[in-house]
Write a new protein. Sequence first.
Lengths: 260, 249
Amino acid sequence: MVPVGLIVAIIIQKGLPAINWQFLIDMPRQGMRAGGIFPAIIGTIYLVTGAIIFALPIGLLTAIYLSEYSKDNLLTRLIKLAIVNLAGVPSVVYGLFGLALFVVFFKFGTSILSGSLTLGIMIIPVIITTSREALESVPQSFREVSLSLGASKWQTIRHIVLPNAIPGILTGTILGLGRAAGETAPILFTVAAFYLPQLPSSIFDQAMALPYHLYVISTQVPNVDEKIRYGTAFVLLALVLFMNLVAIIIRYKFRKKKKW
Amino acid sequence: MVIKFNIENLNIWFGSIHALKQVSVGVQANEILSIIGPSNSGKTTFLRMLNRLNDLSQNFKMNGSVKLEQEDIRNIDTELLRKKVGMVFALPLPLPLSIFDNVAYGVRMHDRKNKKILGEIVEASLKEAYLWEEVKDRLNESAFKLSGGQQQRLCIARTLAIEPEVILFDEPCSGLDPISTAKVEDAMVKLKQKYTIVLVTNNVKQAARVGDRTAFFLNGELIELDKTDKMFTAPLDKRTDGYIRGKFG
């Protein structure tokens, strides 16, 4: 608790003074030693959005298949185990995988598309695991009642299981988003631009992103004002904390509303 | 006498457990057939066979035949079968929806009806389950706000709304107080004019009160099946006698 609090306190203390409207919506200037971080914020938003468009449908459908349709046999158990293990793979491995598959093999180049897909693949296991838990926490008796009234399996999932699992699925998705927003390694080889003081115009463009920008101005560019570095860290931290906070609020509201 | 369900030489296994052994029963139209027996005697398994809910269990195996009006139920589309054979569960299990939506749920799943017709079906079903007067002003409230007895009558209304031919009751009063139980039993007796009812109950007295015929199950076997009056006055098998008198079970 103490180290976490200390880190947050230092970043807030040194970063907050740098935050103003100009810092948030201005292009970086003078080799990132002045100006704002607008393209990095936009880049991160694009990447996270792209990742979720790709990962949520696949993750959710996989979770529905695993929890509602698959039979409990050796293969299914192996798949479930593999998914849990995938969630623990170091992010740099995902980065190299994305480089090999999307950038080189599919020839998407270093682009928002490659970066989003890489981040998407990284958070799919998180989404599958949390969605599966949410689906399985819907009591079996609801399914039996629905089926006994002559509803089909898909109707039961669509009208009874999913509506009651959505808060849990949402929580997992947002946690996945938070992770995607904060990771550096997966975007390092697949999308991130060192210095690109303009906004991307298509998904095949490179983009700046907050975590990588922070790494660059902290270690790669000499004589960057401390205020800018801590300000960037503060924005990134606030973004991730905000997403986690939303997830916690959703979960809390749902627990209070839960009727069975 | 019209035979609704004809069950012949039914055997059911769950994995290595032989849950029902060579059971043959004919269920007559518009009767209340009560099924009594100690726990683990296969009563509920028998009941869940009739609308194929057993199929949901892993390792479920069966042989023998179960026919609904001369047609093997395995040849009937499951959704159609369950529309014809409704079920009320042991515990009141409202879906996490409003009172109205609970009753309308099954109807909506089968075909789209306009609001007016749907409203009429819901009202008629709630009246038939003797719940309408108590809930008519709060149809949009959550079904979880009702008392246990009201919830169970809501579940009956929900089953009636899909206009089944047979209704299966699985210990419908096990969680209810005597007054709610009496209300549910009243509903059942009136319902048998339109529907065929199979009632599984742990309560021997309930079987005596509402059943036209009674079947006694023990360890997966059908021991005796006879008119309720006869069963409760002069049972043929001494195990039936013992159970009815409360000597075991």
